[in-house]
Write a protein that binds this ligand. Structure first.
Ligand SMILES: Nc1ncnc2c1ncn2[C@@H]1O[C@H](COP(=O)(O)OP(=O)(O)O)[C@@H](O)[C@H]1O
Ligand SMILES: [Mg+2]
Length: 346
């Protein structure tokens, strides 16, 4: 499949600051890709260069295989939604949504029909005559979405569009964005710093760190096979042991721990990642590691058991609330299937 949109060496510097290092990215037609990363990692800069709102200092952008690096923003077939809804306060909802169509000089009758169907898609059909100040935050964001896709752009960019909403509404709107994405069939690129949002929305996640792509893949790939300590820490919870790889095993404090694929090379510095949910708490002598229960944190669906290892490091497991579990101060063994332990080389 040819990419809908590609960058080759696309980069942005502000003086001495690299906002985005030279970046290659391919986005497939119709996929929902999220740009996930901490604040300042370059997500907005990348998105705005795709939209044509920020001029790159290097590299190229291709849309549908054609060089679009110097194409004006209005000719890229790209719609954009921001965290601040940026609705026009003096226009009604219907006028706001119809604005991109009036700009494109479409016939009034067509505009009315398309505005009505866009409002129906975001379940705001009854609100066309209201002004933005008469709407809640969630309703305003729906109108901003409708105004973006009313003219059916092939690519829709969303920069933290739900960032201003509270948790319940945000989760509800995530569901709506997923179904809008299915209905529209457009290519979505969605910026967020929220890992849960990225994992639940995306076909693929592009994890960004320090002005570059750290890892790109399906939510499962990133969760199960992080490539670095940064990726392991940013997505989900993880236990990390620092050691080295030698003769196909992971060496931690002069002990060799079995791993499924340590690779052929020995590594003088590596980490072993074990997700808490794959750790079993067993009698001390049966564990791969031995520790002492330091804390039990009730988390609703289960309990996070935090053990201290002899060197003082923390190591966590999840235990069920429904079955007996060890108490604080008890010695425990920690065990896991080596298949689920991931060696990180950086
Ligand atoms: N207009 C600008 N002038 C100077 N530096 C900028 C500008 N815009 C962004 N930056 C810098 O570029 C880096 C990436 O910013 P940004 O793309 O906004 O990150 P994110 O969206 O991931 O939070 C940051 O270090 C930021 O301070
Ligand atoms: Mg940003």
């Amino acid at each position: 499949m040819h990419p809908k949109l590609s960058t080759r060496g696309l980069a942005k510097r502000y003086g001495a600051v690299n906002a985005l290092l030279p970046t290659d990215l391919d986005v497939l037609p119709g996929e929902l890709l999220t740009l996930l990363g901490p604040s300042g990692s370059g997500k907005t800069t990348l998105l705005q260069m795709l939209a044509g709102l920020v001029e790159p200092t290097g590299g190229q952008l291709f849309i549908d295989g054609k060089d679009a690096t110097d194409l004006p923003a209005g000719e890229r077939g790209i719609g954009m939604v921001f965290q601040s809804y940026a609705l026009f306060p003096h226009m009604t909802v219907a006028e706001n949504v119809g604005y991109p169509l009036r700009m494109r000089r479409r016939k009034p009758a067509e505009i009315d029909a398309d505005v009505a169907s866009a409002l129906a898609m975001v379940k705001m059909d009854a609100f066309g005559a209201r002004y933005p100040r008469e709407l809640s935050g969630g309703q305003q964001q729906r109108i901003a979405l409708a105004r973006c896709f009313v003219y059916r752009p092939g690519i829709i960019l969303l920069d933290e569009p739900l960032g201003a909403l509270d948790k319940n509404l945000r989760e509800h709107m995530q569901g709506e964005i997923r179904s809008l994405h299915r209905e529209l069939g457009a290519t979505f690129i969605y910026v967020t710093h929220d890992q849960d949002e990225a994992l639940s929305l995306s076909d693929r996640v592009c994890l960004m760190n320090d002005a570059r792509i750290e890892q790109i893949g399906s939510p499962r790939d990133l969760y199960d096979r992080p490539v670095s300590r940064f990726a392991a820490n940013f997505i989900g919870q993880s236990n990390l042991l620092d050691g080295r790889v030698d003769a196909g095993g992971f060496v931690w404090r002069d002990r060799k721990l079995a791993v499924a694929d340590a690779g052929a090379n020995s590594l003088p510095k590596a980490s072993l990642m074990v997700r808490p949910e794959v750790v079993q708490v067993v009698p001390a002598e049966q564990g791969i590691l031995q520790g002492t229960v330091r804390e039990l944190v009730f988390q609703g669906s289960d309990i996070k058991l935090i053990a201290s290892l002899p060197g003082g490091e923390e190591f966590s497991a999840r235990v069920s609330c429904k079955t007996p579990h060890p108490q604080v101060g008890e010695a425990v063994g920690l065990s896991w299937d080596p298949q689920h332990a991931v060696v990180l080389s950086r």
